[in-house]
Design a protein around this ligand. Sequence first.
Ligand code: NAD
Ligand code: TYD
Length: 351
Amino acid sequence: MNRKILITGGAGFIGSHVVRFFVKEYQNYEIYNLDALTYAGNLENLKDIEKRPNYKFIKADITNENEIRRLFQKYKFDGVIHLAAESHVDRSIKDPLAFARTNILGTLNLLNSFKELWFNDWTGKRFYHVSTDEVYGTLGNTGLFTEETSYSPNSPYSASKASSDHFVRSYGETYGLRYVISNCSNNYGPNHFPEKLIPLFINNIINNKSLPVYGNGNYTRDWLYVIDHAIAIDKVFHQGVNENTYNIGGFNEWKNIDLVNLLCSLMDEKLGRESGSSEKLVTFVKDRPGHDLRYAIDANKINKELGWKPSVTFEQGLSMTIDWYLQNSEWLERVTSGNYQNYYNNFYSIR
Ligand code: NAD
Ligand code: TYD
């Protein structure tokens, strides 16, 4: 079937892997990547597929109500996979309003434009909201987040994502929107912006800079390789049941400090440095306010109902990730210097 799928946030970390997956896998679909190209959006992530006939990039901001409405009226997207968001907890602590604008109002603009198009007949239409496990708040030392866990967000980031999840659900109840939501644990992999733990620390180790571990480092996250998330998103989009939520996770919990130590030893090996040299860069710094102790996902629903499970182990994924950063030092250099932001102007003025 020919479909017109809008993917928002496709120039970002996870979105670029989702766009690539859909463009390659579904050559009969038209894939539209809508992205505002904020600091986190980088079209270089999609260089390898940008000339494919079933791919189109649209530079637009989801907070711009009129522009979003115009684009939906023009292209008549029949499916939306919504990833565009402000995504970094530390930034949300500094500027919560930016998170409310993009994550809440931006999502509402997409919902309204989609509703205006299809309200009279939702058949075959689907709105997929890609969300986070952080909406559930924090776990103690035991237990897992299930789809039934109640929402209890602790950071402005997770509060804004929780709010947008609720709006999506409410459009299902109120207007009959056909939707699915997934709540995923921490991702890692190629093209991750070096402000998040793993890419930041890889970059710092390469440059012999200190590794700022928040608090005592005894915080736990459940890590998933980004391509496994993209595969899960494909499954949920195509096979998920309307009005359902799916938790996605790696069955892979790591205390930050243990993860950092593993990363350090892998980096020493790959850089040919003396064993223990990267670990000397670890510096314990002031904790993040409202820091969630532990996230861990029960991914049994998606496993049993949609047959999804992670395809790589953490050791494999982390090793591939480090190799990618070492082989793409130019990408890392351009991202840290800010030069990547010229890519759009250069590329699109040539066309
Ligand atoms: P990211 O910050 O790397 O990318 C976000 C993308 O959205 C960027 O390309 C940016 O330019 C774009 N964007 C931001 N504001 C926009 C706006 N107003 N209009 C249009 N585009 C805009 O984020 P990510 O890590 O790839 O996360 C993608 C989605 O997945 C987010 O919704 C996030 O909440 C969710 N998520 C992320 C993780 C994770 O570990 N990174 C885990 C679970 C869920
Ligand atoms: P992060 O990658 O920001 O993801 P999230 O906050 O969404 O889980 O952080 C992962 C964990 O690493 C989290 O417990 C905070 C911690 N952390 C540090 O200790 N130091 C850092 O410099 C960063 C960015 C994160």
